[in-house]
Every structure is written in C-alpha cells, then in structure tokens.
Design a protein around this ligand. Sequence first.
Ligand SMILES: CC(C)(COP(=O)(O)OP(=O)(O)OC[C@H]1O[C@@H](n2cnc3c(N)ncnc32)[C@H](O)[C@@H]1OP(=O)(O)O)[C@@H](O)C(=O)NCCC(=O)NCCSC(=O)C[C@H](O)C(=O)O
Ligand SMILES: [Mg+2]
Length: 296
Amino acid sequence: MQHSLPRPRRSVLFVPATNEKAIAKLAQLACDTVIFDLEDAVLPEQKAAARDRLAKFFAERPAGAREYVVRINGLKSPWGADDLAAASGWATDGVVLPKIETPRDLLEANDVLDEADALDTLKLWAMIETPRALVNLAAVAELGRDPSARLSCLIAGLNDLAKDTGVRLTPDRRYIQPWLMQMVLCARAGGIDMLDSVSNDFRDLDAFAAECGEAAAMGFSGKTVIHPAQIGPANAAFSPSVEALAEARAVVDAFALPENTSSGVISLGGKMVERLHLAEAERLLARAAQLESLRH
Ligand SMILES: CC(C)(COP(=O)(O)OP(=O)(O)OC[C@H]1O[C@@H](n2cnc3c(N)ncnc32)[C@H](O)[C@@H]1OP(=O)(O)O)[C@@H](O)C(=O)NCCC(=O)NCCSC(=O)C[C@H](O)C(=O)O
Ligand SMILES: [Mg+2]
C-alpha cells in the first residue's frame, strides 16, 4: 500500500534571526525544520535589522528538503504587522504566530496572507502558550480541518505558559502533563502536528533525551530545540526504533502469508493483530524509508 506521509518534524530548531554565527552553522546541522525567531530572542532595537536579515536569507534560500519557517512578533505588538507583511513575500514554508488566544487570531493572519497573495504553500503555525489558547485549543486546532485556513502545526510554549499561569515546570513535568496531553489530543483531532516545547537546560542531554522519549510516547510529532546538541536526541526519539521496525516487518510478512490474505485478524507471537495494525506497520516502514531518503 502507498502512503503519502507528511514531512518529518522530529527536531525543530529555533535560531535567533540576529545570530549570524548560528545561521552560518545551519548547513552542518541535521534538524528537520528551522524556525527563525523574530520574537523573544530579538531585542526591540534589533527587530527591523532582524527582518532585513531574513529577507536576505530567503532571497538566497538554500536548496534541499529542510523546512524553514519564521516566528513573527505578535500581531498586537508594534512589529507583528510588518513582520507578517514581509514574510508573506518570502520563500518561507510557514509563519509561526506567538501568543495566540483564539481561532480569530489565526483567521486574521490568514486574511493578511490571502490579501497579499501569499503562496498556498505558506502555512500558519501557532504557539500554544497563553491560558486562553489552552482554553480555546479545540477550536484553534479544528482550523486544521479547513485547508484554506493554512494551519499546519502547533507548538507548546511552556516558558510563557508557566509565566502566565504560575504552573511550576518540574523535571518530571508532572503538573503540566494534562495540558500537554490535551494539546496532542486537540492537534490530532484537527489533523495537524503538535510539537513539544523547548527544554531550556541544553547542557543536560541525558535529561533531554529522556524528555524526548516521553514526548514521543505521548504522541507529539517532534520537539522544538534551541541548541545543536539537542538535535540528535530529538531525531533519535522521533524516528522508528530498530525493535519497532522489526515488529512492523513481522506484521506485514504475516498478513502476506497465503493463509492470512483474507483474514481481518490474526494471531502473531501470542498477540491479536488486526488490519489497523497492518496499516500502522506499513506507515512506520514508509516513515523509515522517507527518513532514509532524506538523509541522501
Ligand atoms: C541558548 C544559546 C544562547 C546558547 O548559545 P551559545 O552559548 O553560543 O552556545 P554554544 O557556545 O554551546 O554553541 C555551540 C555552537 O553552536 C552554535 N549554536 C548555538 N545555538 C544555535 C542555534 N540555536 N542554532 C544554530 N547554531 C547554534 C553556536 O553558534 C556555536 O557555533 P560554533 O562556534 O560555530 O561551533 C543559543 O543556543 C540560542 O540562542 N538558542 C536559541 C534561542 C532562541 O531562539 N530562543 C527563542 C525560542 S525558545 C522560546 O521562545 C520558547 C517559547 O516561546 C516558550 O514560551 O516556551
Ligand atoms: Mg513563548
């Protein structure tokens, strides 16, 4: 069976649009997506120069499969409207809206892009990092069902969420888990990707790898990262494991046996396996093949 898979977003690297050294380093890095940040990582007096820098980057956009998106300033901030107007003409794959609160925030940005005749391939992403965004999450994510709304991906923004709610971010993330699971659920209901938040402690890679493993088990599509050292662990956690691939191949092989071709359910290794597991196995194998092809 053929599977058309969405692009992988295992590791999504934030890069301050003002950091020349970091931009120069991108060619050496294996992240699936880059988010150039015009918002919190850029000082007010550097906003205009940062925007100019991205205009230059996109005018000379490097070839290749990697996805590049831009986090603009909030549309209620002094810079947001200019950022969005500029980005609508760039060869960017997407615009990330920070601190959204309601579906209307996305629809307004979408109207601006439509009026500017931005390409249909330019998608909207949104940070889920305000209490109101969390409360309105299902309605926000539902926009993913309407292709004309352009919504492609949501990102958990736990630094802002902690600031605005008072929730404590502990290493085991126990207090924030219910909200994270709600994000995954709503994003999946809307048919879009959900990315886990950044981890600020970029030197503790063991803790980071554990957090990535947990995020993958929770159903996230990938992890946002802030430092090159975090890319490898994120890619590893969100790639199919050797064990999962072996299991998937066994399921495919079992259903291909002549005695099983007309069975809806079979027994394999003492477990019930249905055709939905076959579809899942085929999807996993297709993802592995896709990742392999992207490496070349
Ligand atoms: C966190 C950092 C400021 C640390 O930078 P630095 O001290 O320079 O780290 P290193 O010396 O270890 O860097 C080693 C080399 O790697 C390059 N580097 C570092 N970071 C990046 C990067 N993000 N992309 C590409 N390259 C990077 C350095 O230039 C060094 O290169 P070289 O010398 O040639 O070997 C820094 O990592 C950083 O600024 N990270 C991104 C911060 C950011 O974008 N923040 C905003 C997004 S997170 C957010 O907003 C959260 C959300 O909204 C919420 O609410 O939760
Ligand atoms: Mg934030």
